[in-house]
Design a protein around this ligand. Structure first.
Ligand code: HEM
Length: 401
């Protein structure tokens, strides 16, 4: 196949991701066509960006590359869906985004996060306590999902009996986008269930404030303004999904790579001071969000390629995270890698992941428990991947030890 044919064969639609992250296609694009026009059956098509520098540049330039105009998912939205999506922080541009971000940031201060870190470590230990004598488990549900789902529920004030339901709802919301296994799911009903829970907790915290994230959210005020109920609902939904699937899958991929490279796990057992760099390398490697989209607000260019106003531009984080211009031996997993300027939490700028430090603490605590207390862990079956062009997901992964 010549180069033109190879480029024409690039397929970044959902079916591809069910087989794994297409690093061969990313290598091809990054090298030969870093600003690549990708057709989209039944839709407009989009520009696919695979270089680290371009992902960073576009993420920082919200005036030219909007999150609000068409929202951050690749498919073009109808007016009603767009209006709904635009209530979420992810799909806003400044100045609306500034107001929202300032409000919710009150609930993610370094003091709040530092207090949560102790709790995260306690919970990760309890998760491994609960399975260690069984000799095996379903890694995704029994281990990887636990700390992220418990922490998000705890922060937003949902009691323990709701944790399994939150695990299901977030699977349904992400799975129903592309995966046939979720074709019976009605995402509107799942969202409505979350909104009802949110309304109940918010109402309770207005009457009886507590020292928690939901109280901080209902009380947060910027220029005399507070979040209204709809905004709270949408933020709640963003947290349930963003704080859950992403971190859980990062833990899944970290396990897979450590099982493939037991010598890297051994380095961590012998030298725990490597955990700081190891967590960054797990993020670079696992990149649990495949992409977010922007929409050009005006005619512009990237690397000299003309981009028209209204064009969709998609940022492929896993591709940027293997860019040889930034990472030496990019396809090598190295727990000691430094520097490590990965873009797993986004390319920087106004939408940089609000939960980055929380996620880091959850990944570290869970993986440290697994590496140190379950050193004989092995796969007991093939991991089953999620069919999604958004979340780099593993649905099930049986393990023994
Ligand atoms: C490994 C775990 C995670 C990954 C890979 C991840 C990834 C991302 C990425 C790529 C963005 C940027 C979106 C954009 O530029 O359009 C983002 C934004 C965001 N993330 Fe995360 N995230 C993770 C964990 C979390 C957690 C634990 C939370 C909350 C508890 C969270 C909450 C958010 C929120 C609220 C935003 C939107 C920020 C804004 O638009 O201003 N994330 N995340």
């Amino acid at each position: 196949m010549n180069l033109t044919e190879q480029l024409a064969g690039v397929d970044l639609l959902a079916g591809t991701w069910a087989r794994g992250v297409p690093h061969d296609q990313f290598d091809l694009l990054r090298e030969h066509e870093p600003v690549h026009w990708h057709p989209e059956p039944g839709d407009t098509g989009f520009w696919a960006l695979t270089r680290h520098e371009d992902v960073r540049r576009v993420s920082h330039d919200w005036e030219t590359f909007s999150s609000e105009l068409g929202a951050t998912f690749i498919p073009t939205q109808d007016e009603e869906s767009l209006a709904q999506l635009n209530l979420s922080i992810l799909n806003m541009d400044p100045p609306r985004h500034n107001r929202m971000r300032r409000l919710v940031s009150r609930a993610f201060t370094p003091r709040v996060i530092a207090r949560l870190v102790e709790e995260i470590e306690r919970r990760a230990e309890a998760v491994v306590d609960s399975v260690i004598d069984r000799g095996g488990c379903e890694f995704v549900e029994d281990i990887a999902a636990q700390v992220p789902v418990q922490m998000i529920c705890e922060m937003i004030g949902l009691e323990g009996e709701l944790w399994p339901r939150m695990f299901e709802i977030s699977n349904d919301l992400i799975g129903s986008r592309d995966d046939p296994a979720y074709s019976d799911v009605d995402p509107k009903a799942s969202s409505a269930e979350i909104y009802a829970l949110c309304d109940a907790v918010a109402e309770n915290r207005r009457r009886v404030p507590r020292d928690d994230l939901m109280t901080a959210l209902v009380e947060a005020e910027v220029d005399g303004e507070r979040l209204d109920n709809l905004e709270l609902n949408l933020f709640f939904l963003t947290l349930v999904v963003a704080g859950n699937e992403t971190t859980r899958n990062l833990i899944n991929h970290s396990l897979v790579v450590l099982l493939e490279h037991p010598e890297q796990a051994q380095r961590l057992r012998e030298d725990p001071s490597l955990w700081d760099t190891a967590v960054e390398e797990m993020l670079r490697w696992g990149s649990s969000i495949h992409n977010f989209r922007r929409t050009a607000t005006r005619d512009t260019e990237i690397r000299g390629v003309p981009i028209a106003a209204g064009d969709k531009v998609v940022l492929y984080y896993a591709a940027a995270n293997r860019d040889p211009e930034v990472f030496e031996a990019p396809h090598t997993f190295d727990v000691g890698r430094t520097p490590n300027d990965h873009v797993a939490f986004g390319g920087g700028g106004v939408h940089y992941c609000l939960g980055a430090n929380l996620a880091r603490a959850e990944i570290r605590a869970t993986m440290r428990q697994v590496v140190e207390r379950l050193p004989g862990m092995q796969l007991a079956g093939e991991p089953e991947r999620l069919r999604s062009d958004f979340v780099n997901g593993i649905k099930t992964m049986p393990v023994t030890w």
